[in-house]
Structures are given as C-alpha cells and as structure tokens.
Design a binder for this molecule. Sequence first.
Ligand code: CTP
Ligand code: MG
Length: 224
Amino acid sequence: MSIWAVLVAAGRGERLGGDRPKAFVRLGQLPLLAEPLRRLDECEALDGVVVVAPEGWEEPAILLAEEIGASKVTACVTGGETRTDSVRAGVAEVPVDAEVIVVHDAARPLLPPDVVPRLLEALGEGFDGAVPGVALADTVKRASDGVVAETLPRSELVTVQTPQAFQAGALRSALERPDDGLVPATDCASLVEANGGRVRVVAGDERLLKVTTPADLERVNAWL
Ligand code: CTP
Ligand code: MG
C-alpha cells in the first residue's frame, strides 16, 4: 500500500506577525518547517512527502529538505490563497496510485511518532478519514452578537488537529467539489464529511499545538 503525506506550509503567518512566512520563522536552530518535515520523513509508514510552500519560498523549502536529509520529499509546489487551495495543489503532486493521503499543517511542528499509525489503523477499519481529536476542558457556547444562543453538549465535542489521514479517493473527490462560498473550510475532514465520507476521531496529542501566536511559538520551542 502506498501512503503519501502533503505538508501544507504556504500560509502567511499573519497572526504570528514575523518578517517572513510562518514556516520559515526560526524554531531552535532551523526554520520551523524543518521540524515537521524531519518528523514526517522519519515516519516509517510514509512513502513520500509533498511540501506546499508560499510563492517564492519553494526553493528554500527544497534546500531545507536536502539540508536535513528528508529524502522522502519528492516535490515542493506553490500554495494557494486558502488552505484548501494549498492542499489541492499538494494532492495534485501525489502519485495517482497512492492509496492513502495524510495531510499535515507545518504549523504543528511537534508530530509525535504514534499519531500517524493511529490514524492508519482507523482507515484500516474502513473509515474514509481519520483525525486526531482532543476533549475540551471548557464549556462551549454558540453566541451571536455577544448573546448566548446555545450551550453545546461538551461530552460530544472535540477540538481537531492534523495530521489527518484519508483514503486517497475520498480526499480527491472532496477536493473536486467547489467551495460552497460560505465559511472557508479550516480542515480537510470537513470537506470529506460534506462529501458524505465517514471520519473517525482518534486520540490527539497536546504536543500537536498549532503555532498561531508568538506565545505558541515560545511553548513549542520549550517542548523541543
Ligand atoms: N496554509 C497553507 N496555505 C494557505 C493558508 C494556510 O498552506 N493559503 C497552511 C499554513 O501554512 C499552516 C496551516 O495551513 O501550516 C494552518 O494555517 P494557519 O495556522 O492559519 O497558518 P497561516 O495561514 O500561515 O497563519 P495566519 O492565518 O495567522 O496568517
Ligand atoms: Mg490562516
């Protein structure tokens, strides 16, 4: 079975507010991108990795992959305006015979080694997709203009991370559907769900924290 990863790193990192895209902000001794790239490369189940970089940063991304010896990286493509556009660009470079595609945010650098195997196990049970989820500590309410409209049942809620794994056909067909133009999708699983796919939630990991703000970067740096 052939399993490929798409690492999306084409965001601008506006909330981080650096002088370069988030994937190239320094984490430890190297650009942030090096960490998730190395961890995906070390993931035994994966056959290849496609990197999606911001426009103008394709070459630095390839050079970085070479520098750290990430030999599974076969291509680096330019991202798009939205995350979904970037995923679409990356998936287009995955060989057509790949059976499973794992999509990961470069903004979650600290991928623990047991997460991808957990996702693949769920796909083996017949699901179209699998996502890492973490239970919530806080109560969640839906509010409109500062007024509570509804309190949601916390026991049913999870926050969802990446990597997310999919049967390649389910992801490709979900990506072919035009965006509904309402709320932009913030993950791939929501596209697969909207396309009728069944998605399993497996245990997530707090180390998969997404670097959004400078404080997140400090935390991830401390966990390195
Ligand atoms: N991403 C991408 N292409 C985009 C937007 C996002 O590849 N057009 C990627 C980011 O590089 C990141 C992941 O999707 O790895 C999650 O996005 P987010 O955390 O929102 O990162 P940014 O969009 O870079 O940050 P911001 O929204 O603060 O600008
Ligand atoms: Mg963003």
